[in-house]
Design a protein around this ligand. Structure first.
Ligand code: NAG
Ligand code: NAG
Length: 978
């Protein structure tokens, strides 16, 4: 949450505090972005442009296993400067290209990847480089059709597949690693040019001018633009290290769509920023920032940055993970509908690019997950509904909100407390005037098996009676000023504040110790919390009210002597990481943490959830929130959501109802509101709105098995929980730009959230020749081989939600007050037959809160429906143990050979049954329904209608098998004879 309320502004900041777009830089206000774009224009205007970077052929060296090659790179403009190139290919075919200045004035920042990567990737020992006169090459891949070519002069890296260029680095010659230099040496060089010993040999003033320019001007430009100092608004950045930015063109000559690089409020298929008909004029910016009232359609940076991009075509998908820790800008161009150019500009750091060769979309997700990790499997309750507000103002307030939810039978799992719970915004310390009994209050919430989340921000109030600040000072782990000695001080909610440097290893155990609920030798620990107090990390960009761009001065110094500018985008992830570890480790054995973060980086998916920050209560923000959450899923960070209702403003009931329907189809579901807004908890709505929202939230709870199964799949494979069309149907070009409808995991559920005022119907795109059933009305719609739009009803109480023919969806349909109360509830199986009469689905379950699933305490079932023969109208339904059916696929590290289907968790739900099976699209009324091996007929009802195999639309036939007395975790087979 952001934004000072008027009273706080006046109290805290005497100068007017109004964060607007002008508080954030445009490209032309950032020296290195200006220089990078100018470089690109010079290249475009100069037909003779040629990259000055070349590989010194004599320096090429192969590692002893020939898997890594290194070489010296020179810029022809600065022959005295050396760059080291290191190119390696990982086990899974990912190519890592690194380049760094060697023997320069200082070391460039080279740690970004180490924070993002799960572990140091293994280099393939099967792949070998061959060195030729003008290049080094390697060929590999399952079909031996992937080729990497590193050309010497100029330096250019190309990844080909089947002879077709997939990714090209420096193909347009925009690579520029600004080497370290001193002001004095640059001045001296200029002097020499201006006063050459031989004197100028012409009177032509134009020629004189050209000769007096540095000979690097054609490439670097004529002036030292923003090299030594920059001023933005009232802030001066002294840039003690001078220019050190990196420019690199990364092109996709055969891919017409690019996705990813969250976080931006824009479409999923990223619009262009360069070229004649560019959609945007500014490049996409990655600079974690607290952007007040952000625009709903913009390339401006927001709270988090994941420098991971996917390029997609009907033939292949490739990815780029560009491990940049500093601010970055990315220009995107589209020279033809089927090709894309990108130009990456970053303020500091080495070149460290991972090329993910795909070639399938699933390969790219797996490759990215092997680099930066899969999303952590969340606690099951964390997928329930979260009720937040700035602020629930007292223990009594929390209790009465809970009471109202229960009186109205509206499910909720978590109550949240924003900054006002903390005395003077000293996090961990309760304001006892308002919260006299925090532990008792939490226990009242726990009584319904609910949890609390309270905020812990990174700014520490600089007062001696705040033990957290005091200890941080004593162990000397605070971020330093540019002198590297004195602690930095800035303004935030807590007034004058300091920030812990989480890059300093000394801070790690200390921070984790603060969260312990029992004193375990810690000097100070959080007695007034319980193991059901979870954490929200806000403001961790970091947001600093009186800092440049509402953040930290770039010259500040972190552990290891790095400047803040080097690691700015990584900073928030470390805070999140350590807080998640702290919450995990506060009990023994550990329990799954829940920590929400606003700021994030590549790898943050390993630590918890994120949300899209301070959105506005407008239809535009509701709509773009869907796209932003999809983009985060593409960026590997599935556990994402936008605040239901919008943070700012007072949404009218219609908007709020629609927003809940959007929210329940987001991985993370939270309602939140600014302190100046009217209360808007769902029980406050009038009818019919209240009942509609109750039904919407109950639908979410019904579908928790689907969400949990999707999360478990994401945690193993890296496939996203939300799958936009290009992911689900990677060969269907008509779907590549669709970002307002999507699938949930592998469940076959397709949703189109309604984000328009006064909508009564919606157009939904069906990508294939298949039947799709309306989830509620059972209307069977037909797609077409080349895709088809259908129009469906979408009144306020309706959600366009479909089950793809061929899917089996497990649900739990008993309304409960919170999700843990559903643990022993029975299941319903919704079987949506496809045109051939088949279907399949999965269900994964475990205890939802510990790590015992890693020891094999889980169930993983596959349900299938098959037609016994081509002409048959019968259906066989099977329940199988998938944990032993899919050998080779480890589940959270458990070797499946050791899986015991009678594990502790399975025993704990031994009585859980299937209470209902619904079959959509049965070709005929059954004669008998029996369990194989059982004697008795099952009870069923049949409503005739359209069969899956009919090429007709209309209400589908529905067979309901009532209480089939089947276990959810045993193998069984049911035969529907027809
Ligand atoms: C962050 O989390 C990973 C686990 O994914 C851990 O190995 C690493 O040490 C953590 N980083 C810090 C700074 O604690
Ligand atoms: C579906 O509708 C969209 C939006 O109106 C349109 O762009 C698209 O071409 C249509 N697709 C088909 C297959 O008709």
């Amino acid at each position: 949450m952001r934004v000072l309320s008027a009273a706080l502004v006046l109290a805290a900041l005497p100068t007017a505090f109004a964060v607007k777009a002008h508080d954030f830089k445009t490209c032309s206000q950032a020296g290195f972005c200006r220089r990078g774009r100018a470089l690109s224009s010079r290249a475009k205007e100069n037909p003779a442009w040629r990259s000055p970077y070349v590989i010194d052929a004599s320096s090429v060296a192969l590692s002893s296993d020939q898997a890594v090659f290194t070489a010296v790179v020179k810029s022809q403009l600065y022959p005295e400067v050396n760059f080291g190139l290191d190119v390696r290919i990982h086990d899974d075919g990912v190519v890592r290209v690194r380049m760094d200045e060697v023997g320069g004035l200082r070391q460039r920042y080279n740690e970004a990847a180490s924070w993002a990567l799960l572990e140091e990737p293994k280099v393939s020992n099967a792949i070998q480089w061959t060195v030729a006169k003008d290049s080094v090459r390697a060929k590999y891949g399952p079909k031996n059709d992937v080729e990497v070519v590193v050309a010497f002069e100029p330096l250019k890296v190309t990844l080909l597949q089947g002879g077709k260029e997939q990714v090209v680095l420096n193909g347009r010659g925009l690579l520029h690693m600004e080497h370290f230099r001193t002001k004095e040496s640059v001045a001296k060089a200029r002097e020499e040019v201006a006063n050459p010993e031989e004197g100028l040999d012409t009177d032509d003033s134009q020629a004189v001018m050209e000769q007096t320019l540095p000979r690097t001007a054609w490439f670097e430009g004529e002036t030292e633009d923003g090299w030594w100092e920059e001023t933005f608004n009232s802030f001066t950045d002294n840039k003690p290290r001078g220019p050190e930015s990196l420019s690199l063109d990364i092109d996709f000559p055969n891919h017409g769509h690019v996705y990813g690089i969250p976080q931006h409020a824009t479409r999923l298929s990223l619009p262009t920023t360069t070229g004649e008909d560019a959609y945007y004029t500014e490049p996409y910016r990655l600079f974690n920032a607290d952007v007040f009232e952000y625009l709903a359609d913009s390339t401006m940076s927001l709270y988090g940055s994941i420098p991971f991009l996917q390029a997609h075509s009907a033939e292949s998908t490739v990815g780029i993970f560009n491990a940049i820790g500093s601010e970055a800008w990315i220009d995107i161009g589209r020279p033809s509908p089927k090709s894309t150019t990108t130009h990456w500009l970053s303020e500091t750091g080495i070149l460290d690019v991972f090329i993910l060769p795909g070639p399938t979309i699933a390969d790219v997700f797996a490759q990215y997950a092997r680099l930066t990790g899969t999303p952590a499997l969340p606690a099951h309750w964390a997928l329930g509904y979260h009720q937040c507000r700035w602020n629930y103002i007292s223990s009594e307030d929390v209790r009465s909100v809970q009471k109202r939810f229960d009186e109205e039978d509206i499910p909720v799992d978590v109550f949240w407390l924003d900054i006002e719970y903390a005395e003077d915004h000293k996090y961990f310390m309760w304001d006892h005037k308002l919260f006299p009994d925090p532990v008792e209050m939490t226990k009242d919430v726990e009584a319904i098996e609910r949890k609390m989340v309270v905020i812990v921000d990174p700014h520490l109030k600089r007062v001696d009676d705040y033990p957290v600040y005091k200890e941080a000072t004593e162990i000397d782990v605070l971020v330093k000023l540019k002198d590297g000695q004195s602690n930095y001080e800035g303004w935030c909610w807590s007034g004058s504040s300091a920030w812990v440097d989480y890059f300093n290893p000394k801070s790690w155990d200390w921070w984790k110790g603060l969260f312990k609920v029992d004193s375990q030798g810690n000097s100070w620990h959080w007695v007034e919390s319980t193991v059901n107090t979870y954490i929200w990390n806000d403001m961790n960009e970091p947001s600093i009210f009186n800092g440049p761009e509402i953040s930290m001065p770039r010259e500040n110094i972190h552990h290891g002597g790095w400047e803040h500018r080097d690691l700015h985008n990584i900073n928030g992830m470390l805070f999140h990481n350590l807080t998640a570890q702290a919450v995990k480790e506060r009990t023994d054995p550990p329990r799954r943490p829940f920590v929400l973060t606003r700021s994030f980086y590549a790898g943050s998916q390993r630590f918890g959830a994120m949300w899209t920050g301070d959105n506005l209560g407008t239809w535009e923000h509701m709509a773009v929130g869907v796209k932003m959450v999809l983009a985060n899923n593409i960026g590997g960070f599935s556990f994402a959501g936008s605040d239901v209702g919008g943070f700012f403003g007072n949404p009218e009931p219609e908007m709020l109802v629609r927003w809940y329907a959007v929210g329940i189809f987001s991985p993370f579901l939270r309602a939140h509101a600014h302190i100046d807004t009217k209360r808007r908890e769902p029980y406050l709505l009038d009818e019919p709105y209240k009942s509609i929202v109750r039904d919407i939230l109950r639908l979410r709870y019904t579908m928790l098995p689907v969400w949990y199964t999707a999360f478990r799949e994401a945690s193993v494979t890296g496939l996203p929980v939300l799958r936009p069309h290009y992911v689900a149907f990677p060969h269907d070009e008509a779907g590549f730009a669709i970002d307002d409808q999507y699938f949930v995991g592998s469940s076959g559920l397709l949703v189109k959230p309604v984000t328009r005022k006064s909508a009564t119907e919606e157009t939904v795109y069906l990508p294939e020749d298949q039947v799709y059933y309306d989830y509620f009305s059972h209307h069977a719609y037909r797609g077409a081989a080349k895709g088809k739009n259908i129009t469906v009803p979408a009144e306020l109480h309706q959600i366009p939600l479909f089950i793809r023919g061929g899917s089996i969806v497990p649900t739990r349909e008993r309304p409960r007050r919170s999700s843990p109360l559903m643990k022993q509830d029975p299941f319903t199986l919704r079987i949506a037959l496809d045109q051939d009469g088949n279907a399949r689905g999965e269900l994964y379950l475990d205890d939802g809160e510990t790590y015992s699933h890693e020891k094999g305490d889980f169930i993983w079932r596959e349900y299938t429906a098959t037609r016994p023969g081509k002409k048959s109208r019968s259906v066989r339904i099977h329940s199988r143990n998938l944990a032993t059916q899919k050998p080779g696929e480890a589940v959270d590290g458990v070797a499946l050979a050791t899986y015991d289907s009678a594990n502790d968790f399975a025993r704990s739900i031994a009585g859980v049954r299937i209470e209902k099976i619904v079959i959509l699209g049965m070709p005929a009324k059954p004669v008998t329904v029996t369990k194989v091996g059982g004697k008795t007929q099952m009870e069923w009802t049949f409503t005739p209608g359209v069969a899956a195999s009919d090429k007709k639309e209309g209400t589908a036939s529905v067979l309901v098998i009532k209480d089939p007395k089947l276990s959810v975790l045993m193998d069984w087979e049911v035969i529907v004879h027809a």
